[in-house]
Every structure is written in structure tokens, then in C-alpha cells.
Design a protein around this ligand. Sequence first.
Ligand code: PLP
Length: 484
Amino acid sequence: MDQVDWKPIRSAQYPLHQQIYEYLKQKILNGEWTVGVKIPPLRILAEQLNVNRSTVVAALEELAADGFIDSRVGYGTFVANNTWSTISSGAAPDWKTYVDSGVHKSNQSIIQEINRSEFRADMIRLGTGELAPEFLPRKKMKGIFQQKTAQELSLSYTEPKGSYSLRAAICDYLKRKGIEASPSSVLIVSGGLQALQLISLGLLQKGSVVFHESPSYVTSVNVFQSAGMNLLGVPMGDKGMKTELLPKLRRQHHASLLYTIPTFHNPTGHTMPVLKREELLQTCSHERLPILEDDVYGDLWFEEPPPQPLKANDRQGLVLYMGSISKTLGPGLRIGWLVGPEQVIDRLADIKMQTDYGSSTLSQYAVAQWLQSGLYDEHIFHLREKLKFRRDTAIRILEKYYSGIATWNNPAGGFYIWLKLYEAVSMDKLFKRALKAGILINPGNIYDYKDSSHIRISYSYAEPAQLEKGLKRLAEIIGEMSRR
Ligand SMILES: Cc1ncc(COP(=O)(O)O)c(C=O)c1O
């Protein structure tokens, strides 16, 4: 409700304020903005409609004169009336109460702003955890669909765990990482995020605690919290999560799961060394604490392959392992996988059937083709080169503009550099100032709400020239904020 995705036409015969009046009136008359809804503040409306405030004021005055809206001093402007609710016998439902009492939590407001601003063409996206469109193999994808005749393409539902040929292809692919799995222990999901959601709904008790590295990607989505679990961040040292803290934390909390991103961690870019992996497996085995291993970046190494996933050394069925093609082939395909003990996979497949009847059949077909044909390996080979070049470029730019204000890691793969500012700043203010300057960043407090000195820089999206322009300007903004 704080977003207006329309703009008046400047060349039209109608005056701008008249067009805005008509637009807002239609929103109210159509029931899109129901009685009681707060309309966006004047400043925001003027910005989004790309007009002067006085133009918006003229339109609002007219709406108020017609009785559609009403202003309450200190509270804002609200929809007061619409013809539909006046002529219908009952009042319109109080949607605000429904919205406020829905089970799923809202995104953090910064994340909502990021999700909106990522679609603005004028933004330099320094934080986006996504491959640049030019890195996505669109031509080859087209070719894959052209190989099949229309009769051969299935548009039907797939079986509960997902297409068998895709699951078999994933098992072959995982074998090369040292993971032994058969198709019956693999569930195809609509991206890794859905695996988290299914686990939260199908395996965990309300009130239980999920341990994770702090900072972590998992705090940027409210999947576990919305299902009634609490998150507890375990601090990270030089070698990753401080596993020595786990037994004590386990005694203090009703922990049900440990979520970890051991390879090219989001947001720090860190990779857990072999010894730490062994230690983590041993500790969790001793504590009988299941592990959810998130390996969505594992294929994106630059100089040498990372250590084997935890799952490769799990003989007890302690580890649930998730992967996805979002960071390699295309997030729009919405395909990921979860590997684990069969009783877990059966349970989650049953919930998935109740939730969405399976992931897109066309996407599953395409991913199976990529994996089986060898095209995936070929693509990844070139992608690593391109990403490595972007990483090196980002590091060079940081050396040029950030030597006096921050330190950073040099990631061995994945998308992210975890920039640590020497001086703490208000993350919210920094985010807003950068946004105003046309730069979109992912501030550290998304990944650890107490954080006031980190920024997650992603080199996977912005082109080198944009990366330089954005990082240079961001350094100036940080400098201005620290001098105050
Ligand atoms: C660590 C990690 N896990 C899971 C996901 C979810 O990705 P998807 O649902 O697109 O597979 C992301 C996306 O940013 C991520 O960074």
C-alpha cells in the first residue's frame, strides 16, 4: 500500500492533477483501496508519480472535496468513502485487521524496499544476490525447448517428489560431490526457499529453536519465525561457526535444527574448512542435532573446488542437504532439491502436494536436460571465469576507494564480499541515503539485526562500470556520514 506503480502522462491534454485525481478515485471505486486504508504520504506520492507536491495536493483536495478521502492531523490521509461501500448493504471488510493478523510475518521494511527498487531501471544494484541477465544462458535454454516436439512436452503434474528423470540426474550430479543418494531420497522443490518452508511446516515444533551462523541469509526471510520457531545465531570465528559453543547452547535452548551455509556463505562469502566441517558433524551427531546444509553456491568456485559438502560424510542420515539452480542457471526457473532420509522426504513431498502440486513441469524438464546433456558443466565452467573476473574487479575497486574506511574478505567463490566499515553507522540511514543516490545495497542488519558496520557487496549483478560508479559514490556517502 505504499507503492503506486503508475505515472501520469505529461503529453496528455488533461492536466496532471486531474489525471492523478482520476487514477486515485478509480483505485477507491474499484475497491483496491478500501475504506480505512491509509494512502501514501504526500512526499512519497509526489516521488512515485514524478510530479511536484503541489500537483498531488491539488488532486487530494479534489478527492477530499468529493468525500473520498479524509485527513487526520498527525495520522495521515485515509480512504473515507466509496460508492461501492455506500450502496452495498454492509460495510467493506476491515482488511487492515485481516492483514495485521495473518500468520506469516512481513518482510523487514528494508527488504521490502529492496524487492521494489530492484525493478527500477535507474538503480545501481550493489547488493543483488542474483546473476546478471547477461550471465544467464537464455539462448541455450531456448534451444533446449526447441529440441522437443509439442507432443513430447509434458504439461501435466509430476509425481509427488518431482520428475523421476530430474531426480536421477541430480543423484548423478551429487555423486561427483561425494554424496550418495537415490531418487527416492530426493525432493524437487520450487527453489531452496521452499525447502526451508516445507521443513518449517513438516518437521519442526512450534517454539523450538533453529541455530544458524550469525550473520546468516536465514534471518533475511521469516520462514521459520512465521511457523512459530525462533532463530538463534551462533557467532562465527575465522573458521566459521564456533562449534564449541553448541553443547552449551543446546542445553540452554530447545533446539531442533542447525542451519548452515558452509560453502561461500551468504552474506560473508566464507567457506568452512575441512576440519571445521568434521568438528561440526561430530558435535551435531553427539548432540543428536540434525543439520540443514544449504549449498546453493557450491558450484561457483574460482581457483579450486571447495571441501566436500557435510552430506558427503554423513552416514547417519543426520544432514538434510539442499541445492538449487537459482545461482547458476536462473532463479526464474524456481527449481531446487532437498536430499535426506526417505521418511523425511516422503513427509515433505506430501506437504508439497498439498501446497502446490509440484514444481513447474517445464522447468523440471529443462533442468534435467541441462544436467544430463553436459551443458550444465560447460555453462558452469564459463560462468566461474566470468564471476572470477567480476570478483577481481570488485576487489580492485575496493582497494581504490575503501582502503581508509573498511576491510573485506577475498571470497574463493560465490557472489559476496562482506565489507566491514571501520566506523559503525546507522544502517537504516546509510541504506536510505544510498537509495536516494540511486544505489541499492544490502546492509548488514538484514543478516544480523544488531549489525551496524557491515555491507554485503555482490559482484554477480552490476556491470564493472556500474560497480565502480556505485562503490565510489557509496564510499563518499559513508565518508560524509562518519564525519558528522
Ligand atoms: C544461502 C541461500 N539459500 C537459499 C536461497 C534461496 O534461493 P532459491 O529459493 O532461489 O533457490 C538463497 C537466495 O538468495 C540463498 O542465498
